[in-house]
Design a protein around this ligand. Sequence first.
Ligand SMILES: [Zn+2]
Length: 404
Amino acid sequence: MRAGPSQEDIRRHNLGALLRHVHLGGPISRAELTTRMGLNRSTIMALTSDLTAAGLVREELPRETGRAGRPSLVVRPESSRVYVFAFDVGPDRLAAARVGLGGAILDRREAARERGPFRLEELAGALAGFARQMRRKTRDDTVCVGAAAAVSGGVRKSDGVIRFGPNLRADEVPFGEELGRRLGLGLPVTVGNDANLAALAEHSRGVGLGVRDLIYLHGDVGIGGGIIAGGHLLGGHDGYGGEVGHMVVNPGGRACGCGSSGCLEAEVGERALLEAAGRLGRHGAAQHGRDAVRAVVDAADRGDIVAQEALGRVGDWLGLGVANLVNIFNPKMVIFGGMLREVYLGSAAQVRSRLALHAMAPQREKLRLRTSALADDATLVGAAELAFAHVLADPLEALARVSG
Ligand SMILES: [Zn+2]
């Protein structure tokens, strides 16, 4: 016979659940926590005083209650004291942020990245340098409780190795380990796929808040995806799931960086759009990146026929890809992020007509198509949530580890 959870297990679970409420929902009264968590007042009081003693939350009298009687104390996250470092490595940019408990970005650094081979030492060195700069500006009583990075590639869950990243030109790179060593905080750096993390960010803090079934599509040079089903990210057996960019939509079509051809990414990605719009230089990308994509959308808006046709073509393939996903996963919402925001806004008619043709009616009826609310911060916000995950799972243990 298996023993049930111990008192200690229950307390740990409740502390994490309470901290999660405060972290994701912001300041909340003890009375409201009692209702939401279904626990009695004395339990909530004991939990909040544990979290207060650990320096994770503080309790304050509400400013205005408008009601007679003793007001319920408001529990707030210690946002400026407890923080994590979040990093993002995309094909065109490096970004780092210091994010407080509660999710506020307290400080940030960003630099353009040259497209080229993934130089591990140089890149980890630059990100660790950003973190040091931000750390120097913090007060003495602050505590860093975690670090995580979003990368445009497939990441092995167990050790943070980038297994494949054709658009970062990374292959079997021990990124988490190197960044952790250079940060020198004695903390591991968890690494995740950028589109997966952006999906989680939109689900917990963005346009997909409260939506249990959603698909997030992220575009930069390539197309990444994050599938949230029943409130959980689908990672697959090894954590490489959700690579919707490599769904074949056009057999025998354009060559893809993954080695296949006719992938969604090959037909919809930046290169396909710029080439169709006649904006690729003779020797490859004379002009590329988000600005180049935006320029095509702007030109189409102004009536440029070539740009309109290019967007129409890309929108057709995008719609076909989305129709497949909608048929299989029946999401309530599909979110377009990264450069796909612009592409979708410029080709929504094609996307919708493809959906009308290829998505099954029951799956399509309540489907909402949206653009990312967190925009270019989605990947960083997602990385911050990944860095906070272990604190929310076991707040006191996590804090003891960093301050001990
Ligand atoms: Zn591919």
